[in-house]
Design a protein around this ligand. Structure first.
Ligand code: NAD
Ligand code: DAU
Length: 349
């Protein structure tokens, strides 16, 4: 059966990797990418696939009720991979309501369009919601998040994502809408907007700006290569059980300060600068409000049920990621002009 797969937020970081993967893997499926092209959405990231016959882009806002309904009808959507979101924690602290609008109302609107257009004919349909490990809150020194961890979000971003997860489950329980959810840890790789830690640090090293570390830099994140996430999404879209949640992680925990020092060393090496040159740019700044201490994912369920595992050797994949940013300065310059400068001065005053 041909799938008509609606991907939301496909011009963003993870979305662009998912779109590219599915377009190449499934030439007999149609991939319809809708994206509002906010500051975080960039069609430059998809230039290599834009002419392929099984790919369509439509500029659309997921909160637009009538337009979203018309897209479901026009393209006879059978599957949804929902990635569109406001995704940056710091921005959610400055402007929480836009997170509620996109992440909560936008998700409700998509669920509702699926319910209306698919009616009672849910066979062979799937609504796949992409979520985050941040909905589970913060860990201490020990333990890991899994599918049974209770929700305890702290930032407006994570609270809005938690709300959207609850809505997805409510549509399963109430209407039987065929849904599946995954909650993933921090991704790294090419095409990530340089407001997020790794590309921000690389960009600041290139431009010799201070590298802002929140607080002491002892917070821990579990880093996963974005292509490994895209592969997990592909698997869960095809084989994930309806009504289930899958946790996805890299089994790759790093303290921010150690990670930033490693990025400094690798970037200096790639730029031919003296070892230690960039470490002097590190500046400890006021901590993020409500900063979660540690995230770590136990991905055993995904490994056991769908035979997924992360593939990358971290220092090597990180080095390749840094090289991508160094080789693609046009992409970086395009996204760091204008609006980015305003956000940067607001966030790092
Ligand atoms: P991103 O900010 O890079 O991309 C988000 C995309 O959504 C952009 O292309 C943007 O234009 C689009 N968008 C925003 N508002 C929209 C709207 N109202 N209508 C239509 N499109 C809109 O985000 P990302 O890092 O690629 O994250 C994608 C998804 O994965 C999000 O749902 C996020 O919560 C989740 N996630 C991200 C990570 C991570 O480490 N980046 C980890 C786990 C889960
Ligand atoms: O865990 C998954 C989440 O990972 C996703 O849901 C989010 O969309 C994604 O943005 C990411 O959230 P984080 O807040 O963990 O990522 P960020 O890159 O913003 O920050 C990583 C860590 O680095 C975090 O502890 C805060 C710290 N940091 C970040 C920035 C931008 C700094 O110390 N300085 C900075 O300037």
């Amino acid at each position: 059966m041909q799938r008509n797969i609606l991907i939301t937020g496909g011009a963003g970081f993870i979305g662009s990797h998912v779109v590219r993967r599915l377009v190449h893997q499934y030439p007999n499926d149609q991939i319809i990418n809708i994206d509002a092209l906010t500051y975080a959405g960039n069609l430059m990231s998809l230039q290599d696939i834009q002419m392929l016959p099984n790919y369509t882009f439509v500029k659309a806002d997921i909160t637009d009720e009538q337009f979203i309904l018309s897209i479901f009808e026009k393209y006879q959507i059978t599957h949804v991979v929902h990635l569109a979101a406001e995704s940056h924690v710091d921005r959610s602290i400055h402007d929480p309501l836009s997170f509620v609008k996109t992440n909560v109302i936008g998700t409700a609107n998509l669920l509702n369009a699926a319910r209306i257009v698919w009616k009672d004919n849910f066979g062979n349909k799937k609504f796949y919601h992409i979520s985050t490990d941040e909905v589970f809150g913060s860990l201490g020194e020990q333990g890991m998040f899994s599918e049974s961890t209770p929700y305890n979000p702290h930032s407006p971003y994570s609270a809005s994502k938690a709300s959207s997860d609850h809505l997805v489950r409510a549509y399963f329980d109430t209407y039987g809408l065929p849904v599946v959810i995954s909650n993933c840890s921090n991704n790294y790789g090419s095409h990530q907007f340089p407001e997020k830690l790794i590309p921000l640090v690389v960009n600041n090293i290139v431009t010799r700006k201070n590298i802002p570390i929140y607080g002491a830099g002892n917070n821990v994140r579990d880093w996963l290569w974005v292509e490994d996430h895209a592969r997990a999404i592909d698997l869960i879209l095809s084989e994930g059980k309806l009504g289930e949640t899958y946790c996805i992680g890299g089994n790759n925990e790093w303290k921010n300060i150690d990670l930033v020092k490693l990025i400094c060393t690798l970037t200096d090496e790639l730029l031919g600068r003296e070892n230690g040159d960039s470490i002097s740019l590190i500046q400890h700044v006021t901590d993020r409000l409500g900063h979660d201490q540690r995230y770590a994912i136990d991905a055993t369920k995904l490994e056991n049920e769908l035979a997924w595992k992360p593939t990358q050797d971290f220092p090597q994949a990180l080095k390749e990621t840094i090289q991508w940013y160094l080789n693609n300065q046009d992409w970086v310059n395009a996204v760091t002009s204008g609006e980015y400068q305003k956000f940067y001065s607001l966030n790092y005053k």
